[in-house]
Design a protein. Structure first.
Length: 135
């Protein structure tokens, strides 16, 4: 696989008074599956710009990037994917997404149950660890 990322995405958090919620969206081709927002890095775009754009397009959410969380690598029917994920924090939530996806803010436990892949669940763990150490 290539060494640089082909895709970027976000583990977006929303801080509540005494808890944190994680953003999941429905998958484009299988709307019964919950996934982390991510997509292809466009020509001339940084991974950070792509992650912010994908979160906006898929969830109609604006979020600030806090830090990188890690790379997921896998093979899809469309080729090798190398997706760099960032910890992001909600700054604005709009109405329905332009892509028609559903979004949900879930507890850590519910997000991990809803996600279909172990590597995505590990990203939730990394985010949880990172925000536990953040001011």
């Amino acid at each position: 696989m290539a060494s640089s990322p082909t895709h970027a995405g976000g583990v977006v958090i929303r801080r509540l008074a005494d808890d944190v919620r994680y953003l999941l969206v429905t998958a484009r081709r299988q709307d019964h599956l919950w996934v982390l927002p991510k997509g292809h890095i466009e020509l001339g775009e940084t991974a950070e710009q792509a992650a912010a754009r994908e979160v906006r397009e898929e969830a109609n959410v604006e979020a600030l990037i806090r830090q990188p969380l890690g790379m997921l690598e896998y093979r899809s029917p469309r080729g090798d994917i190398r997706a760099l994920f960032f910890l992001m924090e909600l700054t604005f939530e709009g109405g329905e997404s332009s892509e028609g996806r559903q979004r949900a803010w879930m507890s850590r436990r519910d997000a991990q149950r809803a996600l279909g892949y172990d590597d995505a669940r590990r990203l939730i763990d990394r985010a949880h660890e990172a925000i536990g150490n953040a001011p």
